[in-house]
Design a protein around this ligand. Structure first.
Ligand code: SAM
Length: 176
């Protein structure tokens, strides 16, 4: 299953830290790409550096028209999964969504316009309490990949962690 993430709307005061975390979660939890509206372009450099060090080919694209992007992804047969606390419970829909081939997960940074709810194939709640797009995205990706995302090998990594119960073990492949 290919999953891309679309984040729409930044707050008036740019929340670059949250933006970065949304991108890092997308990458680390198995998504292939993030499309960001009104985000600081430096995010692309940050994620390129992360890819260089820790591997993989996660993509970041800054977009200027999220409505057009939604329409275009729909025409490419992506199913739109909009994360909102008002949606159907993830517990009730995860099995069905797992059968889809291509997913565009949509998260908001502020109030999400009504048309997103209408365009979505699934409006999905990660619990019916307000929390955060970072947490909601992490849970969605984990439910859809069922934990397998953590076995994924990130190709061409310069550094690879060797999991250990104590301390830190890191293999530096750039000198190996
Ligand atoms: N009050 C805002 C609204 O009406 O959309 C909520 C903004 S919230 C800080 C930012 C984003 O987090 C939401 O757009 C949604 O994608 C996600 N989110 C927050 N709580 C959620 C929940 N319980 N289930 C699913 N997504 C959630």
């Amino acid at each position: 299953m290919r999953i891309e993430v679309l984040r729409i709307g930044q707050r008036l005061v740019r929340d670059d830290r949250v933006t970065t975390h949304v991108a890092l979660i997308s990458r680390a939890f198995g998504a292939s790409k993030i499309l960001m509206y009104d985000a600081n372009p430096e995010i692309k450099d940050t994620l390129s550096k992360v890819n260089r060090t820790w591997g993989g080919d996660f993509e970041v694209e800054i977009i200027d028209n999220w409505r057009r992007m939604l329409r275009s992804k729909k025409s490419e047969s992506y199913r739109i999964v909009h994360l909102t606390m008002y949606g159907e419970s993830i517990n009730d829909v995860e099995e069905k969504i797992r059968k889809e081939d291509k997913i565009l997960a949509v998260i908001g940074a502020e109030k999400v316009p009504r048309e997103v709810y209408d365009m979505a194939d699934y409006n999905v709640a990660i619990g019916s309490q307000p929390h955060s797009e970072i947490a909601a995205l992490a849970v969605l990706l984990d439910r859809l990949f069922e934990g397998r995302q953590f076995q994924k090998k990130f190709k061409r990594a310069q550094r690879e962690i060797i999991p250990t119960g104590k301390g830190k073990r890191v293999m530096d492949k750039s000198t190996a």
